[in-house]
Design a protein around this ligand. Sequence first.
Ligand SMILES: [Zn+2]
Length: 275
Amino acid sequence: LLRWLCWPLVACAVPAQVGLVALAVIEYIRLDWLGSVPIDLLFVTVVAASGAAGLVAADLVLLRVLRGGRALRRVRRRCRQGLPPPVHTAATLLGIGGRVDLVAAGEAFALTHGLLRPRILLSTGLIRALNPAELTAVLVHERDHMHHRDPLRLLAVRLLAAYACYLPVAGWLAERFALRRELAADRAATAHCGGAVLAAALLKVAEVPASSAAVPVNPHGRLEARISQLEGGRPTGGPRLAPARVLATLGNGALLLIAAACCLSLAAALPGGVA
Ligand SMILES: [Zn+2]
């Protein structure tokens, strides 16, 4: 139920929060600083600061994505190679013939990148390290990311989590979403090639630093959960929700709600309203 409620909640909460921040900024300008009650000023400041913190954090995520995208384009331009015929055939059989690129790199990696028309990027190191069955498993895994437009979805989730950075549970939810997509892509690959083949491939693939514009096949810190799923058990080792994070979220959320209520009542009390 929470999963279905999550997106409508976010869709209401973000515009409501943006509206409140705009209101707080107008009140900030219109408040008589010397004549105001200090607690009113404090609450208006809290609401405005939450918006400012969210915007800065979301901008930092965007900046990292733009940098990652530029680096990826540079690598593709400088190191691009033609697909060897067996890899081209495997990709064509999976229905992704025109959407797989290869770059010369010693490290074994595979990733899905691109927000609107995602593509798969493989390294020559990967092709050297994997046998044909393992390579197919990796391609099926990346195809699942591509079909679900995971680079775009992950970016949206990370931006939302950054905007809500003062509610630390949002970061945990974003990590959980990313892991869930990894596990789903693994299930697609397992259904196609079997778990043993995928597990063998995973252990050979380098851990590629996660850029927000790309979904690497083996993102940092998720190997334990993925291998435990392949072994037939419940995924273990996923992101932990520390009690301190929950407490901070509840505390900050409550403070923000009180501050928001104060902002709204202040808007009605200001002479001539806030328009
Ligand atoms: Zn993946």
